[in-house]
Design a protein around this ligand. Sequence first.
Ligand SMILES: [Zn+2]
Ligand SMILES: [Zn+2]
Length: 248
Amino acid sequence: MLSRLHQWSQHVWARLPAVLPSSCALCGMSGEHAICNACRARYFQRRAQSCCQCAMPLAIDSPVALRCGACLHQPPAFDATFAAVDYEAPVDQLVLALKFGSRLALAPTFARLMRDSLLLAAPQPALPGILLPVPLGAARLSQRGFNQALEIARPLSRALGIKLEPRLALRLRDTSAQATLHPEQRRKNIRNAFMISHEYVDRLHGQHVGVVDDVMTTGETLNELAATLKRFGAARVTNFVFARTLLK
Ligand SMILES: [Zn+2]
Ligand SMILES: [Zn+2]
């Protein structure tokens, strides 16, 4: 009970900056936006052209969608990825503030920036029919009190007019932090981590599913989730992430 109450109050406090005059999460200037206009203009320029499948920057600029060598060599289970920004300073601090500092007021701002960068990259994007935040395992969810992917997916679903289905997939177990592991360990660590909820098993066939996360690091988690969705009949999976790590 106590921990529930604690989670609830944490939730309420974290939401307060959304309704009270706030300060910019990057430069500290007071104003009504979670990120001020000057910082938006400075840090949220259009990303360099990136691989249409995994969102890693490409060395060339081309008017047509291209895939990177890694995706051509070993195609991931997902079909496309949109990222709003590169995961680097000082934007990485925003991701950490949302995930570990419980600054949930940033989530709608992330969603807006994701929508804007998506429309900039593809004015008429082929949008998914349903939106799924990457699920957290039960232990991590109760420890953190919220799922940052769901917090972003909720306003993104409204901004894009896509139905949100947060219970479509379950995370069967929490996994160690992927970034600290060797590539082979990462694959093992995440394998079979997800399951499709019973009530969706018959409803996934032929669906285009949009998967939402705060940051894409190695891509293994998104790859495993996309593979699970496709095993249950999904036709296409598009990732929508706020930030993309540039190292593989
Ligand atoms: Zn600012
Ligand atoms: Zn790629």
